[in-house]
Design a protein around this ligand. Structure first.
Ligand code: NAP
Length: 533
């Protein structure tokens, strides 16, 4: 997902007159040898990191004085030396004396920061006896790989770390739920008010916001890796993601937070789209992935005006309706909300559904393009038999939208009762998924898959046999990763027109962007970004 270089990103910020925040990006450097570490350090500098965390515990061989001197002398960026023992989640399992002596040596030889674990700080302080060069900042750290304690316990932890003489407080906890991150934001913001430099992270995918929104709450640094998956702690984004995907340099206290709520959600391209669009017009917002288990808890926790708007995907589109203070009448009849705006005047949540607009208009355009005339409703869908696979949020939206255009509706779903329910409400036929393979009462039908069947990583799956596709003139797939699913490939081979989920995605995104920002959607930019996928 490398769209622009860090230099281009910085230049964009300059052009738009946006001031860069003071939160640093620190690249963890883990390698077998000193030479490899130096190569990685140079690469992280090119990517745009501000400092490097040299993880001495990852080295296969380490000659303390010689290697530390080399690393400090040749490091292209300010350094942070960490020598993490196995008892704190690292790789060093040797004796404590040598480990602490190596950290002291790094400090004496000119390291800009060293990281000492809270559990070892008394021993370290006894070793150093106050003899610390002023240049070197002492980070005292604590890691919790199980959960995220209460605000009170975290506050006590910060106070305890501060009392050790730390220049910078660091703690990392684990996100059991995305709401855990809110407690860490609270602690970070309080620390900033009291003038305590703090590094506070919540590990794991559900903790992503803690890493991205650091500058908003005043964190000293966040960690960004060189490559996806090459992390020193769970959930770290890459430097490129921070800079290019999340516009990290431009985030600040007033930045409004938007996001996509779902489970799973990591595959979503929405952050790419909205953040590029925000940056293109200098809109002070950031859009992040939000891996949410329970929408009610989520909205109860993130209730401030700063959390301004949300897209919603699998599996929450229906349960989110009950969380909204007001729901648009169309969304109400569909029974699914895919976009929630927090009204800035009274903080109330307003839910609507933009799903069907993008898909239906893309299907109509394709039909018209292939010579199908508009019917009485003014749409080429009028009178057509429109078969929807799936009875979730997207399925209901498509069925509702096609019905509005005068199509006759058939819903096929794995859980037949759900198909029956929608068919009864909007006036249509219900099928089980198994019935679909023999269903073909007439030629020229339209098929819309709205299940996640065929979505990455299960790209070999398809909801209907190739044989059964022969009755369809046009096949649409809501899945957009990959762009051409097995269903669409086989439909094309059978001679049907195809409409991809990307077209639906772009259409619904135009509308959400306008609702989020009050600005016209940069349609060309959206198309350009999505054409790469
Ligand atoms: P949802 O509300 O959770 O509904 C999921 C539907 O898929 C249900 O009908 C479910 O059947 C069915 N389903 C799930 N897994 C299945 C399986 N293994 N076999 C058979 N049926 C299965 O989700 P949604 O929000 O409607 O989203 C559905 C899909 O549309 C997702 O892939 C999403 O990424 C895509 N989508 C794309 C766009 C776009 O812009 N392109 C927009 C929205 C959604 P049961 O009722 O039996 O559980």
């Amino acid at each position: 997902m490398e769209l622009v270089t860090p230099a281009e990103v910085e230049k964009m910020g300059e052009n738009e007159g946006i001031t860069r925040n003071s939160t640093l990006i620190c690249a963890p450097i883990m390698a077998d040898t000193v030479d490899q570490m130096l190569i990685h350090m140079n690469m992280t500098k090119t990517r745009g990191a501000d400092l490097v965390e040299i993880r001495l515990d990852s080295l296969k061989q380490f000659t303390a004085r010689q290697d530390t001197q080399t690393l400090i002398k040749l490091a292209p960026l300010p350094t942070l030396f960490t020598y993490r023992p196995t008892w704190e989640g690292g790789q060093y399992d040797g004796d404590e004396q040598s480990r602490l002596a190596a950290l002291r040596l790094a400090m004496e030889l000119g390291a800009d920061h060293i990281d000492v674990e809270l559990k070892a700080i008394d021993d370290f302080n006894n070793l150093v006896r106050g003899d610390k060069p002023t240049k070197c900042k002492l980070i005292v750290s604590s890691h919790n790989y199980q959960n995220t304690p209460s605000v009170e316990d975290l506050g006590n932890l910060v106070a305890k770390i501060q009392s050790t003489g730390a220049d910078i407080v660091k703690f990392a906890t684990t996100a059991v739920d995305i709401t855990d991150v809110a407690r860490v934001f609270e602690i970070t913001a309080n620390a900033q008010v009291s003038g305590v430099p703090i590094i506070a992270m919540v590990m794991g995918e559900k903790g992503l916001m803690s890493r991205v929104l650091c500058p908003k709450f005043g964190g000293y640094l966040t960690f960004g890796t060189l490559e996806h998956g090459k992390v020193s702690a769970p959930g770290q984004p890459t430097i490129r993601d921070l800079l290019d995907l999340f516009n990290f340099r431009q985030l600040g206290p007033d930045t409004k937070v938007f996001g996509i709520i779902g489970k799973p959600v990591g595959h979503s391209k929405s952050p790419l789209l909205y953040n590029r669009a925000f940056r293109s017009v200098g809109f002070n917002g950031v859009y992040v992935h939000m891996l949410v288990d329970n929408v009610k808890n989520f909205f109860n926790t993130y209730s401030s005006a700063d959390f301004a708007g949300f897209s919603c995907t699998i599996p929450h589109k229906e349960s989110i309706v009950a969380c909204c203070d007001e729901v648009d009448p169309v969304a109400k009849s569909i029974g699914a909300v895919n976009c929630v705006i927090r009204r800035q005047n009274d903080g109330k949540l307003y839910g609507c559904n933009t799903d069907y607009v993008g898909a239906i208009s893309a299907i109509e355009d394709r039909l018209r393009g292939s010579g199908v005339q508009n019917g009485q409703s003014g749409s080429p869908l009028a009178g057509k038999l429109f078969v929807v696979i799936g009875a979730g949020g997207a399925g209901k939206a498509l069925a509702y939208g096609a019905k509005e255009k005068g199509a006759r509706i058939v819903i096929a779903n794995r859980t037949y009762e759900r198909a029956r329910e929608i068919a009864d409400v909007i006036g249509g036929e219900a099928l089980s998924l198994a019935d679909l393979s023999t269903y073909g009462p007439e030629e020229g039908m339209i098929l819309a898959n709205t299940t996640s069947i065929g979505m990455q990583p299960n790209i070999d799956e398809t909801p209907i046999s190739k044989e059964a596709l022969k009755s369809y003139t046009l096949v649409f797939d809501a899945v957009y990763t990959p762009k051409i699913t097995r269903l669409l490939r086989e439909a094309g081979e059978c001679g049907a027109q195809i409409v991809t989920g990307v077209e639906m995605f772009i259409g619904q995104a135009y509308e959400q962007y306008e609702r989020f920002t009050g600005l016209p959607a940069p349609k060309e930019l959206f198309r350009e970004i999505m054409s790469a996928y």
